[in-house]
Write a protein that binds this ligand. Sequence first.
Ligand SMILES: [Zn+2]
Length: 212
Amino acid sequence: MVEQTIDAPAVHGEIVPPPSTSSSPAPVAAGTACGRCKEPLNDSYFLVNAHAACPDCRRSLDGSMRNAVAFGLAAALLNIAVYHAIYWIMHWRFALITVIAGVLIGEAVRHGAQASKSLAYRWLSVGLTYLTAVATYSLALMEPAGTSRPVATALHSLVLPLVMLAARENVVTLILLGFGLHEAWKFSAPPYASIEGPFTVAAPTAAPNSSA
Ligand SMILES: [Zn+2]
């Protein structure tokens, strides 16, 4: 999907001199399409990474914790399902799933967080990735004894990384977990660097001047 940049307000080939103050951007004409939803801009607009955006789209960039939780949970469950499917079909413990989960959950949470810089979203991403990882460990915990104590197994798997760390065992598993958590933190970061505004739209531009 290609984001639309703001149309230069000048007609054909003219270069608009830079605004005299850094706080007022080159004016955007009324009726210019919002760079995100393509609706025409009427009264005011914002600049999101120098792309014009309408007030509704600006509000949506504040993010939604409910969406972030829903998207992040869906990504977590998908990773757990894929891990178990690979195990049951190929009898192979796909340990790299922890890193993949970090990326996918981070992306999913960011989709809900939008441009919010709140660290709550980053920690949500890290927490879901950790839970996904320990959910894959529970398989190994249940297997040898054929235990039917799911609650005890779940609690054990929750603290298993700390146990492994203390015992200095399963170093590769711990490294993959650390890398996955790092990816979860990194990928949940907001993609937008700058949001400016609101600014007032300029009067509609006249048709391009064809007189020479
Ligand atoms: Zn919009």
